[in-house]
Design a binder for this molecule. Structure first.
Ligand SMILES: [Zn+2]
Ligand SMILES: [Zn+2]
Ligand SMILES: [Zn+2]
Length: 85
């Protein structure tokens, strides 16, 4: 598997809200799984969650790569290339 340029350039910032999805915490919503933005450390919820904040964060900011924020999961996802690495 080849990493795209976004994966190669991606940083590994600390989570801004380690306790959960930043936007769900504001509104009191629930989430299913968590994803961490590798540009700014934003924690957002996955596409199985009602609010899909990880995807919304990409649409708002253009930050291309997220990493799973679930225990034991290491995979990354590039929104631009729709690829996992
Ligand atoms: Zn990419
Ligand atoms: Zn959320
Ligand atoms: Zn971000």
């Amino acid at each position: 598997m080849t990493m795209c340029e976004h994966m190669i350039e991606a940083d590994d910032p600390a989570a801004r809200t380690p306790q959960g999805c930043e936007d769900c915490l504001k509104t009191g919503s629930r989430w299913v799984h968590l994803r961490r933005c590798l540009e700014c450390g934003h924690i957002g919820c996955c596409d199985s969650s009602p609010n899909r904040h990880a995807t919304a964060h990409f649409n708002d900011t253009g930050h291309p790569v997220i990493r799973s924020y679930e225990p034991g999961e290491e995979w990354r996802w590039c929104f631009v290339h729709q690829s996992v690495a």
